[in-house]
Design a protein around this ligand. Structure first.
Ligand SMILES: [Zn+2]
Length: 118
């Protein structure tokens, strides 16, 4: 799903995406001419690799997320800011990017978490 920046209004519009990778429900609205605000609930089963024992396992994401999308090069240091360079908000790319970001974090499987807890 891609929506052109100039077609997004200041009133929150609902969106829902449901595919084999994730379920996402939320809303988006324009905050200023080049800034769009995204609020959504993301559910996904992602396969992870334990950083301790190397086993792969599946974890369930069920998170509320809040992101801001900027049309162009954002000059500032807001870490939650996502830049778009073609005047479109690409929801698929943004949400896939968030899932990749979660994957690239450190993860421990259930067994290793228990060991760590001792
Ligand atoms: Zn492990």
């Amino acid at each position: 799903m891609k929506i052109e920046f100039r077609k997004i209004s200041g009133a929150a519009a609902p969106f829902e995406m449901n595919n084999e990778l994730f379920l996402c429900q939320g809303s988006f609205k324009k905050l200023s001419q080049r800034l769009v605000d995204l609020n959504f609930h993301l559910k996904s089963d992602i396969s992870l690799i334990c950083d301790r024992c190397g086993d792969s396992y599946v974890d369930h994401i069920d998170d509320k997320m809040h992101l801001k999308v900027y049309d162009g090069n954002f000059e500032g240091d807001d870490l939650d800011m996502i830049e778009c360079h073609d005047h479109f908000v690409d929801f698929d790319a943004i949400i896939s990017g968030e899932i990749e970001a979660i994957k690239s974090d450190y993860h421990y499987c259930k067994n290793c978490k228990e060991i760590q807890g001792e």
